[in-house]
Design a protein. Structure first.
Length: 356
């Protein structure tokens, strides 16, 4: 399905309410399902480089996937350039393999950070932006180009140095000023690439979209910091808070990706950051639904918008237990009839047990 098949004005109205932590007629709820009928054959990449970095292949793959997908509720037709092309764009040696881009460390001791620079026009940035532009230029009103979730600048630096060595050196008072200056350059380079990605799609669509398909009337980013799982409160305050503050200032609507229980211990400090609009929690592989709901409820209590991807069987529980205001839920259904039925039920399920 494509944008012209959707009640787009109504969907945008719900998303505007979502960002304000309000509600129009029901919770923001997106369901995808197979389109039904004969599926369009997906193009097959000859290698990982074509899969991730070939603009024409990206367009063909996006169109085939959308033709094969039924969109219900507030689901949007979207396509995006692979975000893993960004990782080496911030430094390090990149290589394709196993369906992704691997980054090898290129900084081998903290004094080498003094020479570190991010070229916003490096080969990996150009590859990412070329795919992003191609998707925007080919959209023709059929889909929206999304900003993929990005790691922040400090996570990129940890990859460039190696996580273990980077953690140790952050505690070295002699190394700190040199690393801090490099961090500011990494943030500036990161921002330059993201701004270019927004500018390249601005002429082709209204607003921006981020993963999984959340639309906003202004610029939006969805970023994460896996590095936060490895450090305590003092290092988080010293090194990640400045990075987060820069990411929040960068865009009109900010959504942070809290990835796993080890990251959740920093939730109160993250939620206190001025200007942060939303936080999304992804549970660990052993997490229970009850724990995921509890973390998400805490996010809502901090006054932040949030979203959950869930299995279809858990939709009713989630919608009954959480405040529908500022909540976005997305799931997959086996067929279009089930998808439509879930949307009809979403209104009656939303917040009934909690009295919202």
């Amino acid at each position: 399905m494509f944008l012209q098949d959707l009640e787009l004005d109504r969907i945008r109205e719900r998303y505007r309410a979502f960002w304000q932590r309000e509600i129009v007629d029901r919770v923001c709820f997106a369901v995808t399902a197979p389109a039904g009928g004969p599926a369009r054959a997906l193009p097959q990449a000859r290698d990982d480089e074509q899969l991730l970095a070939d603009p024409q292949f990206a367009v063909e793959l996006a169109l085939a996937n959308l033709e094969n997908t039924y969109l219900a509720g507030d689901a949007l037709a979207t396509a995006c350039a692979p975000g893993n092309l960004i990782y080496p764009a911030l430094g390090g040696e990149g290589s394709f393999g196993s369906g992704t881009v691997w980054v090898e460390p290129t900084v081998h001791s903290w004094p080498e950070w003094a020479a570190f620079r991010v070229d916003p026009d490096n080969v990996w940035a150009r590859r990412f932006l070329a795919v992003n532009r191609a998707l925007a230029e080919a959209a023709d009103g059929r889909y929206l180009v999304t900003t993929q979730g990005f790691f922040g600048a400090t996570d990129a630096m940890a990859s460039i140095r190696g996580y273990q060595d980077f953690i140790v050196e952050l505690l070295d008072e002699e190394a700190a000023p040199t690393i801090r200056a490099a961090q500011q350059r990494a943030i500036a380079g990161h921002e330059a690439i993201i701004r270019r990605s927004w500018q390249d799609v601005a002429a082709f669509q209204q607003g921006t979209v981020t993963w999984p398909m959340i639309w906003a009337p202004g610029t939006i980013n969805f970023w994460s910091a896996d590095f936060s799982c490895l450090i305590g409160p003092a290092s988080f305050e010293a090194w990640l808070v400045p990075d987060f503050e820069a990411m929040i200032r960068l865009c009109d609507f900010s959504m942070y990706h809290l990835d796993g229980p080890d990251a959740a211990r920093h939730l109160p400090r993250i939620a206190a950051l001025p200007g942060l609009h939303g936080i999304q929690y992804t549970p660990g592989p052993q997490s229970t639904l009850a724990f995921t709901i509890e973390v998400t409820r805490r996010i809502q209590q901090f006054g932040k918008a949030t979203f959950l991807w869930c299995e279809m069987k858990d939709v009713e529980t989630i919608l009954q237990e959480l405040d529908p205001r500022g909540l976005f839920v997305c799931t997959q259904a086996p067929d279009r009839e089930t998808a439509d039925d879930l949307v009809r039920k979403a209104e009656q399920w939303s917040g009934r047990k909690s009295g919202f």
